[in-house]
Design a protein around this ligand. Structure first.
Ligand code: ASP
Ligand code: MG
Length: 312
């Protein structure tokens, strides 16, 4: 069999630079995870562990930003399960039934098309800091995210880790409507925005999955993404759709099978889903931005680049 080393070469590489770089990355990762989890705990969030397999996961459909070529599904104990693409449904349920504010560091498997191997931004396995807040709306989540990220940048600057763009802690981050960006940059706005900004910006009203709230009359989506200069989308989230009729209507519209979402649908029919909103922060992208890495796979110890399967 032909051997493919790709990024595995690190394990056969004696150059100190490479080893030093990975060690630096591990240290930064450790610092970042500590700071973020401290902030969330201080803000009253409960920390939950992730799920890896279940009958429901994020359909990632329809989502103009996603290019999933395969959903990993297999059988255990005679039942079909999927590997987590995001814990969105689990988050909504935990937040509605058990705890007001929750977060998790959730491994997500998204088999992106091989063409994305050269973007420097996509990974087929990554980790999200996924969180959800009950009785909250978009504005609450957006201001919470701005608060903790600004706190993070300030703390990093104080500990000697500096990027010019971190000075954005002193500004209000701008908000753009996705229609506005499409008119300005065309359909490819998602790829162009990050090259044109000096400060993080919010993008709102993005047409996508059934679980994001959409106003029935205006058709406007109550959701948001955060874009970082150079790196691109580092967070996405929304106020959630909790009305049974709306969820069903959108599932049919999108061709999403309802059977696996039985629990979510039952809870919504019984009025047990609470108003909530949340988002997920891509840890590798945030880390790449902080460390100034051009390729997000460089922050992974075991890189997961679309189209490239390594031995480790
Ligand atoms: N984490 C996202 C959310 O909370 C879902 C996603 O991964 O796209 O909406
Ligand atoms: Mg989504």
């Amino acid at each position: 069999m032909e051997q493919k080393w790709f990024k595995d070469e690190i394990f056969h590489y004696e150059g100190l630079d490479y080893v030093e770089k990975k060690r630096r990355m591990i240290n930064m990762q450790s610092l970042l995870l500590k700071k973020l989890s401290d902030y969330f705990l201080e803000e009253g969030f409960r920390w939950i562990l992730p799920v890896i397999t279940s009958k429901i996961t994020d359909p990632l459909w329809p989502d103009p930003g996603s290019s999933i070529e395969k959903r990993i599904e297999f059988e255990i104990y005679g039942e079909k399960v999927r590997v987590t693409q995001s814990m969105i449904i689990h988050k909504i349920i935990v937040c509605s039934l058990f705890e007001q504010k929750i977060f998790t560091f959730s491994p997500n498997l998204r088999i992106e098309r091989s063409e994305r191997r050269n973007t420097g931004k996509h990974l087929y396995e990554f980790t999200q800091l996924d969180f959800e807040m009950r009785d909250s709306g978009s504005r609450d989540v957006m201001s919470f995210v701005e608060r903790i990220l600004k706190r993070l940048f300030k703390d990093l600057i104080e500990s000697g880790i500096y990027r010019k763009e971190m000075e954005c802690i002193n500004e209000d981050w701008e908000i753009y409507d996705s229609n506005e960006l499409e008119n300005k940059f065309g359909k490819d706005w998602e790829n162009l925005v990050s090259g044109r900004i000096d400060c993080p910006v919010w993008v709102v009203n993005i047409p996508r999955e059934f679980y994001d709230y959409q106003d029935r009359i205006t058709g406007r989506w109550d959701n948001y993404d955060l874009y970082l200069p150079d790196i691109g989308e580092v967070l996405s989230g929304s106020r959630r759709e909790i009305s049974y009729n709306r969820i069903i209507e959108k599932m049919f519209r999108d061709g999403v099978k309802t059977e696996n979402f039985r629990i979510l649908l039952e809870l919504s029919r019984e009025g047990k889903l609470k108003e909530c909103a949340g988002a997920g922060i891509g840890i590798e992208r945030l880390l790449a931005w902080i460390t100034g890495e051009k390729d997000v796979s460089d922050v992974q110890i075991f890189p997961r680049i679309p189209g490239i399967v390594n031995y480790l």
